[in-house]
Unconditional design. Sequence first.
Length: 285
Amino acid sequence: MPTTQPRTILLATDLSSRCDRAQHRAMLLAKGWGAKLCILYVMPNEGPPDLPSWRRDPAGTEARAERQIRTDLAGHGTACEVILARGDAAETILAQATAQEAGLIVTGVARNEMLGRAALGAIVDQLVSQAPVPVLVVKGRPRGAYAEILVATDFSESARQALQAALHLFPEARITVFHAYQIPFEGFVGHDASRGEMHSLAVAELEAFLQHVQAPPGWRARVTPLVEYGEAGALIADYVQARDIPLVVLGTQGRSGLARFLVGSTAKRLLATLPCDTMTLRQPG
């Protein structure tokens, strides 16, 4: 769990237009944090055999890729290292994150096999599941620093680390800490009484959860707790749209139903359908 802002950011790109937003966000973060930016493009080991000769030349492919990256960076005043590699995309990204000692992996959701098919693809899913550092999946058009952030919690240690990371990485942002609850066997118990009791218990548990957060002084002034009744994934998606939240931060291991939607099929749907950026953190160990 990061307690300081990263000194190195690794941007994984497939050079598509959809990754332009991820590149812009990575440059903003690098500039704001004074961090080194490494831009990684992973090329396939071999191209289709029916490609024309000029497309089969590895040196030509690498030169075109670096030229495009350098052209896109021109005029932005951001110093960066361009890394061109061949191999399995997810494995290469993870290996380069370790080699570069990156504190954050940034990527986009594109429409080819590098980073998915109009949704969270297998490569991004693998990064989210295995990366030892936070993974930021960028969808929104960057318009400055993140001013509003939603952190989802099921009161697990993973969720606490996600909140602590958000507080350390984005010290100026206002943060909503969101918990959704449901009533087990609701049809067999008193609806109104049970909901009121469960709401009070959830509010108390959220307050206890916040008491154990380790963050810079004054962090509570930036945090708004929110407890709502309903299914977590649907509520988060609706809140993001209603409040125009630019970033959702999620821990990827939990103790309840929240864990299932973070690491299971609902996670893929949520990460794919949210219109905003999403940062995930995997608990070490």
